[in-house]
Design a protein around this ligand. Structure first.
Ligand SMILES: [Zn+2]
Length: 65
């Protein structure tokens, strides 16, 4: 997948099946924002923990019962 080093923009195979379209989208994002887009096929981006937000909410909000 391709992902931005400066914001949470990304283009994965699930979002866009066409590698050509992902490359095009990455170029468009760079042109529009000036951000650097990195690509790493098969590697999870280091800045995105693969944990649902609900887990954090459950940990932070005390149970009412
Ligand atoms: Zn960006």
């Amino acid at each position: 997948m391709k992902y931005c080093l400066h914001c949470d923009w990304h283009a994965s195979a699930t979002d866009e099946p066409s590698a050509r379209a992902r490359s095009r989208a990455a170029i468009d994002h760079h042109v529009e924002t000036g951000h650097a887009v990195d690509s790493s096929d098969g590697v999870i981006p280091p800045q995105l923990p693969d944990v649902p937000a609900e887990i954090f909410v459950d940990d932070l909000v005390p149970s009412s019962d």
